[in-house]
Design a protein around this ligand. Sequence first.
Ligand code: NAP
Length: 265
Amino acid sequence: MAKLAVITGASSGIGASFARQLAARGYDLLLVARREDKLRTLAAELAAVQVEIVVADLASDSGREQIAQRIRGAANLHLLVNNAGFGSVGLFHQATLRIQDEMHRLHVLTTLALSHAAMENLLAAPPTQGRGIINVSSVASFGQSPSNVSYCATKAWMTSFTQGLAIELASQNSPVKVQALCPGFTYSEFHDRIHMSRDPIPKQLWMTADFVVAHSLRAYDRGQIVVIPGWRYKVIVAFMRAMPFSVMKSIATFAARKYRKPVST
Ligand SMILES: NC(=O)c1ccc[n+]([C@@H]2O[C@H](COP(=O)([O-])OP(=O)(O)OC[C@H]3O[C@@H](n4cnc5c(N)ncnc54)[C@H](OP(=O)(O)O)[C@@H]3O)[C@@H](O)[C@H]2O)c1
């Protein structure tokens, strides 16, 4: 029986690239998203491996529980990629509570529930190398910026949660791996969905989804826990992590006033 990878948000961008690259590595796939047509097209493209698609809204309790149950019962579960996510526009009080509630449900509660289901499964199986979870977080998890408050906060939770799991697994000598993938600006549908122009962002800061995912999977093979694709972002994050909050606040305020546009990564 082939190894199974479950990928949420597989209908476009980073999730679709995970599907293609994991299929090339011989994984069978369970792909989850809301847009059935996109999932079907991708499944047809990846016909060399077994692909199951499940149409579910992972921000809903029923959608989350449906996929959690499927993960708990998957005999050959090898990898879960918690990738489904989205950005929003507007200052905290301007962006609707509904959209920010949905974001917290998707980034936090769904990552929590699917990770719990996957850990039950992975830790009950005979210990084999390479099993684990990749949580797609963001460089935004290391800071804060205006018009991005809930996004940065939920991604910070994802990175912290993953680091917590890594420490717990190490304390148990478990071979199960976890990774927080923290990309910067990546070409996908992410910015189109929130009608954000890519123009103000320097070209050098954009990466392809294929580059990000190839970086993630190589790092996963090595067992790296917090993964930041691209040398420019490694430098930026090193500064973000080292700088006092007051300095980060000044820089984020200056950038927001200069560009006067919401910036999400
Ligand atoms: N692009 C960037 O610059 C960037 C940078 C850092 C981190 N990220 C993170 O990378 C992840 C993937 O984003 P992307 O850049 O690849 O954007 P994308 O092309 O917009 O893909 C987002 C995926 O999430 C799915 N999704 C959204 N809401 C969902 C819901 N309620 N239920 C189920 N699926 C849902 C979408 O599918 P459906 O619409 O078909 O449901 C789609 O497959 C996100 O977590 C994002 O925060 C992106």
